[in-house]
Design a protein around this ligand. Sequence first.
Ligand SMILES: Nc1ncnc2c1ncn2[C@@H]1O[C@H](COP(=O)(O)OP(=O)(O)O)[C@@H](O)[C@H]1O
Ligand SMILES: [Mg+2]
Length: 293
Amino acid sequence: MRPRFFLFTDNLKDQRVKRFTEECKSRNIEVRLINIYRAILTDRVIFDENDEEIIIEKNDIAWALSNLTTGHFVAKKLKMENIQIWPNAEAIDFADKFFTNMFFSHIGIPTPKTVLINSYHFDKTVNKVGGFPCVIKKNVSTVGKFVEIVNNDSEARNFIKEAFDQAKNNILPLNRLRFLFQEFIKESAGTDYRVLCLDGKILGAIKREAQEGFKSNVSLGGKATQVEVDEKLREYSQRIMQKGKLFYAGLDFIKKGNDYLAIEVNTSAQFKGFEKATGINVAGKIIEALLKK
Ligand SMILES: Nc1ncnc2c1ncn2[C@@H]1O[C@H](COP(=O)(O)OP(=O)(O)O)[C@@H](O)[C@H]1O
Ligand SMILES: [Mg+2]
């Protein structure tokens, strides 16, 4: 039977959905889109939004854009059934920024000093990263939404309060909500480097520059241009991909002096800006690589 492509997503307008669908069509691969926020997971079965059982066969391929509630369980279930999904059950840990920082340090990749916030008594904690001002982050978050610079206790408290308030409408992920302080790398402010990697290869890199503020996310107006992957970026990226057993990822770095500090692993990284800046058909390459796995 021909493999089918199961795409778990919460947003049908997401560019990845559009591009994967196009690339599957041109290869005659059937695509099934599943609204991951409406899917229901029992101990045996995943039901789609129409309450129909989703049956994924061994030679099918699956991709999941993250969902904090069901995401890692879907990945674990498919692993038990020996079905390929990306991000897989291990890679999904990288959605947590604190886990990711620990991982970088463990494998000898430079990363900004980072500490998990364990209570509202911030003083000893924040001293581990050099004190205020510093960066505060929600551990699971994207597009620069919950990353700020805080100057004192009350700003840190407000940040945490706001994150809890926003999460309230969606109570299930709350038990995964954590916060971290990180040293602010002033000299890198507004610029980061995204290296896109697939199946043991480096596809290329883009530099993102903020138009204002210190966050360079493209979704916040950061401008992307293609850059060379220098020796150091290549070595760091290869080590992260290999030690993390990562099939696909966008790796984010900021620069400090002549070195790079790794800040993030995006296992389902957007590639619209990258395809545009480089002319590389990322969606097509991902499908091909998944099929031959
Ligand atoms: N410690 C830091 N020092 C300086 N700039 C940072 C630091 N951490 C993040 N940034 C900037 O903020 C942006 C968003 O932070 P990031 O951790 O990647 O969160 P998100 O997952 O929301 O993209 C980064 O791309 C970078 O430009
Ligand atoms: Mg980022």
